[in-house]
Ligand binder design. Structure first.
Ligand code: NAP
Length: 302
């Protein structure tokens, strides 16, 4: 390999030229090596990052070099564990609490996020926090029943689902857009259940509403190079469905309905989010990306 005038091999120079031509940002490191300047040094906000899928997303984005705001609602210890896990491997993160049931949630969330970012733009927003079948929120008057049939759903439970799964991400996006710079990313976490007649109707309805954000907002923000997408996990092993998975045989039955023959793992979803957040994902916008391992893609699996 021949070296060019400044001690950089010609082949490396050509590779960097081709990266720049393709629109990939590059940096010269202190040691004189070219690196792809993708997510390093940027900032992300991941809602519901104390546990489950959100924790995996936070860890994955931090591993890509982002400073991550680890949002949570009530489980302070779990959020601290997410931050610790990130810091243990050299990443950067901080916890931020905001109960998305509350009217002041967006103000509370962004007061802390803006304070910690200290003028740094937000590059990635992941609206991941969500609830599926609420135990009745205190004082809301719901019966805390499993919302598996239409007749079992109270108005309070319905409102609770829409408040957290739809209203909160909508207004979080609205506020975040003040902080998101050119080329930023908005990623909403929906569910494969919007396309299947599963017995969690208000939940599926709330995720269906959430999915409507990406196409319209992608158009609105395209001129700023900001992409907006939705990721739809299938059944993924987290606290959200622990009770269901504890029923003998259920895990096997769901695996049989899934082309890849197992339940999802939080890291499966985090990988898809990381792709959309990365520079490699720059040409995908306004889309619904299924991350279900092929859940219910056939009438029946044999
Ligand atoms: N697991 C699945 O099979 C599956 C499938 C499809 C889609 N999804 C979607 O993926 C996302 C993550 O699900 P998951 O399974 O990881 O859930 P999870 O383990 O139950 O975690 C839920 C997260 O949301 C936060 N959250 C819940 N209620 C909140 C509130 N009132 N205020 C603020 N934060 C609140 C929780 O914070 P605290 O820890 O503080 O409570 C937690 O971090 C959700 O949007 C869910 O609908 C999940």
């Amino acid at each position: 390999m021949r070296e060019c005038g400044r001690g950089i091999p010609v082949a490396v120079t050509r590779m960097v030229e081709s990266l720049i031509t393709s629109g990939t940002p590059c940096l010269l490191s202190e040691k004189g090596n070219f690196i792809v300047a993708d997510l390093k040094g940027r900032a992300a906000l991941v809602t519901g990052a104390s546990r489950g899928i959100g924790r995996a997303i936070a860890q994955r984005l931090a591993a890509e070099g982002l400073l991550v705001a680890v949002h949570y609602g009530s489980q302070e210890k779990a959020a601290a564990e997410t931050v610790e896990a990130i810091e243990r491997v050299g990443g950067e993160a901080f916890p931020v609490r905001a109960d998305l049931r509350r009217d002041d949630a967006v103000d509370t969330l962004f007061a802390e996020v803006e304070n910690r970012l200290d003028g740094r733009p937000l590059h990635v927003l992941v609206n991941n926090a969500g609830v599926q079948s609420p135990p009745a929120p205190e004082g809301a008057g719901g019966k805390g029943e499993d919302v598996t049939s239409v007749s079992g759903v109270t108005a309070a439970e319905f409102d609770h689902l829409f408040r957290i799964n739809v209203r909160a991400p909508f207004f979080i996006i609205q506020r975040a857009l003040r902080l998101i710079g050119e080329g930023g990313r908005v990623i909403n976490v929906s569910s494969a259940l919007t396309r299947i007649a599963w017995p969690l109707l208000p939940y599926a309805m709330s995720k269906g509403a959430l999915e409507m954000i990406a196409p319209r907002l992608a158009l609105e923000l395209g001129a700023r190079g900001i992409t907006v997408n939705t990721v739809a996990p299938g059944i993924t092993a987290t606290d959200m469905n622990r009770a269901m998975r504890d029923v003998p045989g259920v895990e096997e039955r769901i695996s049989a309905l899934t082309a890849l023959r197992r339940l999802g793992r939080p890291g499966d979803i985090a990988g898809v989010v990381a792709f959309l957040a990365s520079d490699e994902g720059r040409w995908v916008t306004g889309q619904l990306v299924d991350a279900s391992g092929g859940l219910c893609i056939a009438p029946a699996m044999s």
